[in-house]
Design a protein around this ligand. Structure first.
Ligand code: FES
Length: 166
C-alpha cells in the first residue's frame, strides 16, 4: 500500500497511477522510454510481478488518495507468466467497473490494457490516450471519489470488526 501512496503523492489530481506487470507491460514501458516516445510526465508506474497481483484494494486506495486515472496493465491473455492469472485480473477489473459505477464514479477512470514487452509504441499511445481522459476529470469528481471511497472503507472496517459478547 505504501507504493500506492508514494505513487499518488501530493498532486493526486494530476496523477495517473499505472500498475505494470514485470514481464510484459513494465518492459513495454521501458521500451517506450528507450525509444524516447512521448509520455505524460504525471504518470507513476508501480511494478508488480503479475497483473493478477493487483488487488482491488490497491486500485481503490489510489482513487481514494486522489488519483485521477488508474491503469492496470499486463501480458496478453495467453502470455501471462503465472499460467492464466491475468484472466482473474480481467474479472477483478470487470467487478470494479460495476462497483465504481454504482458509487457514482466514472468507470473509465480505471483502464485495463494488455501490453507486451515488444509493444513500447502501444504503451506510449495508451498513456497519451489516458492523459487525454485525465484532463476531463474534474476536481469535484475527485472530491466525490475520495469521500465515497473513504466512507466505503470505514463501513467495511466496521463490518469486519469482531463482535464482543456482553
Ligand atoms: S505475468 Fe504479466 S500479467 Fe501475469
Amino acid at each position: 500500500m505504501a507504493a500506492v501512496e508514494a505513487a499518488v503523492g501530493e498532486n493526486g489530481r494530476e496523477r495517473i497511477v499505472v500498475f505494470a506487470c514485470n514481464w510484459c507491460s513494465y518492459a513495454g514501458a521501458d521500451g517506450a522510454g528507450v525509444a524516447r516516445l512521448q509520455q505524460p510526465p504525471n504518470a507513476r508506474i508501480i511494478r508488480t510481478m503479475c497483473s493478477g497481483r493487483v488487488a482491488e484494494k490497491f486500485i481503490l486506495r489510489a482513487f481514494e488518495l486522489g488519483a485521477a486515472m488508474v491503469l492496470v496493465s499486463g501480458c496478453h491473455l495467453a502470455d501471462c507468466h503465472y499460467i492464466s492469472a491475468n484472466s482473474w485480473t480481467q474479472k477483478r477489473v470487470d467487478r470494479l467497473w460495476d462497483r465504481l459505477e454504482k458509487l457514482g464514479i466514472r468507470p473509465e477512470r480505471l483502464q485495463l490494457e494488455w501490453i507486451s514487452a515488444a509493444e513500447g509504441q502501444k504503451f506510449a499511445r495508451v498513456m497519451q490516450e489516458i492523459e487525454e481522459m485525465r484532463k476531463t476529470v474534474t476536481a469535484e469528481e475527485i472530491e466525490h471519489t475520495r469521500r465515497v471511497l473513504a466512507e466505503e472503507r470505514e463501513k467495511e472496517a466496521v463490518r469486519k470488526k469482531p463482535r464482543v459478547k456482553a
